[in-house]
Design a binder for this molecule. Structure first.
Ligand code: BV8
Ligand code: ZN
Length: 272
């Protein structure tokens, strides 16, 4: 996404929405990490896995059919994330909670990378798990990756990589992500629903709004009459009537959103 593109101006009503927001919830998707060089989900059809549909590879069935193929795909994605850095959008979200008047910023992410945390966000809910919490497919025991087991970070991606074995039952180790057809972990789901329900403003950043039940969280806010601001360069992605749409990228819009917050405060302080 060419961030040099002219910066779409901030939707007129947004500064006021920001000024009145005390508890902000932010639902993020793959677009949030695109400017960090992480391919969006639809974009993970990378060379070696180009002939596979990601929504098929990311299933228990695919892992059972061909564990080395699926493990290698996740090893490559983990390699890409480990080499990447949080972008200006991640950093702005991490600083937003420090704005006077802002009590809470809850990040609810569909992403399995760790860029929100590496940017300094402390209140992060991973709806679809993480690349960094592998566990046993059979007994569920969390698995500590020995260096030797991880794809050497310098190496070119390989199409097949045998997953390590569980130290307790010898079962195969699987990535700690939520696959299609698998229920979302209850704890994170409940925290996400609470964060969105209690928020007085919902930002929806970089998601196509296709995958359920995550996409339904925005409806939770809309049904409560909470303002929903969609930040996505794509005209239609994740939008619903009444939403404020900012057709900008995450790294373009979020730093400006943060600056607007601070400007509003100074304004207040100046006012007698
Ligand atoms: C379940 C982890 C049941 C793995 C993921 C209702 C209707 C229809 C279907 C369903 C339904 N309910 C359930 C389903 C089935 C399914 C589903 O939703 N299918 C879709 C395809 C229709 N849902 C499930 O299977 C869920 N489980 O329902 O279980 C159940 C219940 C009880 C008991 C047993 C079972 C589980 C879903 C989770 C799957 N795991 N990820 C992995 O990553 O490998 S989903 C994965 O795909 C991501 O986590 C993310 O959620 C999704 C990708 O979407 P986005 O993040 O939005 O990314 P995308 O590429 O699509 O779009 C990027 C956007 O960013 C674009 O709009 C683009 O314009 C924008 N953009 C690009 N650059 C930028 C940008 N924006 C800003 N800045 C930029 N620079
Ligand atoms: Zn095991």
């Amino acid at each position: 996404m060419n961030t040099a593109a002219p910066m779409p101006s901030m939707p007129p009503g947004l500064p006021t929405l920001l000024k009145n927001a005390r508890r902000i919830a932010v639902l993020t998707g793959a677009g949030m990490s695109a400017e960090s060089g992480i391919p969006t989900f639809r974009g993970t059809r990378n060379g070696l896995w180009a002939r596979f549909d990601p929504t098929e590879l990311a299933t228990p069935g695919a892992f059972l059919r061909d564990p080395p193929l699926v493990w290698a795909w996740y090893a490559w994605r983990t390699q890409v994330v480990t080499r990447a850095q949080p972008n200006a959008g991640h950093r702005a979200l991490a600083q937003l909670v420090r704005r006077p008047g802002v009590e809470r910023v809850s990040v609810v992410t569909q992403n399995v990378d760790d860029l929100h945390e590496r940017a300094g966000s402390e209140d992060v809910v991973h709806l679809h798990g993480s690349l960094f919490t592998p566990r046993c497919f059979d007994c569920g025991l969390p698995h500590r990756m020995e260096d030797a087991e991880s794809a050497p970070w310098s190496a070119e991606p390989v199409e097949r990589l045998e997953p390590p074995r569980c130290v307790r039952c010898g079962g195969r180790i699987r990535p700690g992500v939520v696959w299609f057809g698998e229920a979302l972990p209850q704890g994170p789901w409940r925290r996400a629903m609470a964060a969105v329900t209690e928020a007085d403003l919902l930002l929806v950043v970089g998601t196509s709004g296709v995958v359920q039940p995550a996409a339904g969280l925005a409806d939770l806010a809309r049904d409560r009459g909470r303002p929903v601001v969609v930040i996505n360069p794509d005209a239609m992605a994740g939008m619903a009537p009444g939403d404020v749409h900012w057709r900008a990228t995450a790294a373009q819009a979020l730093p400006l959103l943060l600056r607007t917050c601070s400007a509003a405060e100074q304004e207040d302080q100046r006012r007698p």
